[in-house]
Design a protein around this ligand. Structure first.
Ligand SMILES: Cc1cc2nc3c(=O)[nH]c(=O)nc-3n(C[C@H](O)[C@H](O)[C@H](O)COP(=O)(O)O)c2cc1C
Length: 257
């Protein structure tokens, strides 16, 4: 690994029952001890991912106390999911949606710790918003947007790192083929990898065919990499809209004959 990240932002019951995850926001000294132990064991950067606080903690002192403790222990950077976590009463999914986002609190942390890497996370849907955040913090982490609309990442290298990388979703799909083949050879089912690629063509012509073929054909127990090629061929034909209808996204999509 290039970096070890200690997650003290997860509110799930299972995690909490093992006394890790977001409940550790209540014990900054213990998190600092963990960071110190990790730092002494590895040569790669050790970072911490946290929330603004938990339950009825005041996010002012709570976040500062955690940040100061781990930075003093040698932490190389902080990733902050810009909302609180509620340790009881909300599911992990609700804990990603219900507590309000407060980006300003993360920006204030960065202003207070100008020499420490501070990255922001939570509800950032696009590279435009990521770009705006980078006026205030050192890094932006996309979670659900990267998963549900992975093609937005095609522009990251060009836009943020000045690298003229290919912008081709089809090439990205093909680049997955060796990995998928390796997993199939290990005995995995196609659906175990393909399900994470369903959003690849989101919002583009052929997206619905891509999803349908991967999720229906790809679910067969004997499905192989040929299903990926079949889905790609459907995407390539996708601009043709043979029945003159449009998909639920409003974009032209290939309809089943
Ligand atoms: C299915 C799922 C699994 C997640 N697992 C982890 C995890 O293992 N470690 C972690 O630090 N965050 C995990 N997260 C939280 C994300 O890293 C991120 O903090 C959260 O989704 C908010 O960012 P977003 O609004 O950009 O999605 C997970 C999120 C989802 C949706």
């Amino acid at each position: 690994y290039d970096e070890i990240n200690l997650n003290v932002g997860c509110p799930s019951d299972r995690v909490r029952s093992g006394t890790f995850g977001a409940c550790l926001m209540l014990t900054p000294g213990l998190v600092a001890d963990c960071v110190a132990a990790m730092k002494s064991a590895v040569d790669v950067p050790v970072t911490v991912k946290c929330r603004l606080g938990v339950d009825d903690q005041d996010t002012g002192p709570a976040l500062d106390a955690l940040a100061d403790a781990v930075v003093a222990a040698g932490c190389d950077g902080l990733w902050v999911h810009a909302r609180k976590a509620w340790l009881s009463g909300l599911s992990p999914k609700e804990n990603r949606e219900v507590p309000p986002l407060d980006y300003g609190r993360v920006h204030a942390l960065k202003r207070r710790l100008p020499d420490v890497f501070v990255g922001i996370n939570g509800g950032i849907p696009s590279l435009d918003e990521a770009s705006r955040q980078l006026d205030h913090v050192d890094g932006v982490m996309l979670g659900r947007a990267a998963y549900h609309t992975p093609a937005i990442l095609l522009d990251v290298d060009r836009r943020f790192f000045g690298i003229d990388a290919p912008q081709d979703v089809r090439a990205a799909a093909l680049a997955m083929v060796p990995y998928v083949e390796k997993e199939l050879a290990r005995g995995a089912r196609l659906s175990q990898t393909a399900r994470h690629m369903l959003g690849l063509f989101h919002g583009r012509p052929g997206a619905r065919q891509w999803r349908r073929i991967l999720s229906v054909e790809g679910a067969r127990p004997d499905a192989g990499v040929e299903v990926l090629f079949e889905a790609l061929a459907a995407v390539e034909a996708g601009g043709l809209d043979i029945l003159g209808q449009t998909s639920e996204t409003g974009l032209i999509d290939l309809q089943p004959a």
